[in-house]
Design a protein around this ligand. Structure first.
Ligand SMILES: Nc1nc2c(ncn2[C@@H]2O[C@H](COP(=O)(O)OP(=O)(O)OP(=O)(O)O)[C@@H](O)[C@H]2O)c(=O)[nH]1
Ligand SMILES: [Mg+2]
Length: 222
């Protein structure tokens, strides 16, 4: 029994060591990195397509994790350097996979301003793995229902910012964002909640302002 617990602990310790190196490397080269975690289909790739364009002249790269296919990478390739990681069954990205992607992106010479990590669509597994990101973004969308913060608290509790996407559908779905706010007040009062629609662009200004502010603060205590 003790042996099994040791193995799990060793895996997490090894991941955290690589994550620390990733964070140092991205810090050294002035790349703000965010790790976006959500259920499949919440709109991570759509958000990234719009975000990177919205950041104007900034140079961005995307590391995208999926079980199979390069479909998400193909969608963002026009606006950013991209590395697709196929986990082939794995339900989350690991720090080692991100370290390999940073080498592929040639981080030391690429002069990147932002690195966006789109984690594998999953509300549980990615939360346990630090990738070395500066900030963690937890996203949910209105079709998923307003009970998700309380039910998947491990995803929302450590988040630095929370995005509620697809607010263009809120009315037809009778989505109650006060439920989200109530549940967040019990587990995470630190992270701002930004309501937006990656499709219509509503609320995107607040998200872009948050990113630019985080980028400006890079190099401080974080
Ligand atoms: N109505 C509406 N649809 C959206 C919005 N954002 C994304 N979508 C749609 O939601 C679907 C899934 O979007 P994706 O961006 O592929 O979602 P994802 O989170 O990257 O999905 P996975 O990578 O498979 O986990 C697509 O049909 C998008 O067009 C939004 O703000 N409003
Ligand atoms: Mg995607």
């Amino acid at each position: 029994m003790t042996k099994k617990i040791d193995v799990v602990k060793n895996v997490l310790d090894a991941n955290d060591e690589v994550a620390l190196e990733n964070r140092k490397l991205m810090q050294q080269y002035g790349c703000l990195s965010v790790n976006i975690i959500s259920a499949p289909g919440s709109g991570k790739t759509t958000l990234l397509e719009k975000t990177i364009v919205g950041l104007g002249g900034a140079k961005s790269a995307v590391i995208v994790g999926d079980l199979q296919t390069a479909r998400d990478a193909e969608r963002v390739a026009d606006v950013a350097a991209v590395v697709q990681i196929n986990t082939e069954g794995g339900c989350h990205l690991s720090a080692g996979q991100v370290a390999a992607a940073l080498e592929k992106l040639d981080i030391r010479n690429a002069a990147l301003d932002y690195i966006f990590i789109e984690n594998v669509g999953n509300m549980v597994c990615p939360s346990g793995f630090d990738l070395g990101e500066h900030y963690r973004v937890a996203m949910l969308s209105t079709p998923e229902g307003h009970d998700k913060v309380a039910k998947y608290n491990t995803m929302f509790q450590p988040a630095d910012v929370i995005l509620l996407n697809k607010i263009d559908l809120a009315e037809v779905l009778e989505f109650d964002s006060s439920c989200i706010r109530d549940d967040l007040s019990k587990i995470n009062t630190r992270a701002p909640l930004i309501e937006l629609s990656a499709k219509t662009g509503e609320g995107m200004d607040a998200w872009l302002a948050w990113l630019k502010n985080a980028k400006a603060k890079l190099g401080s205590s974080k």
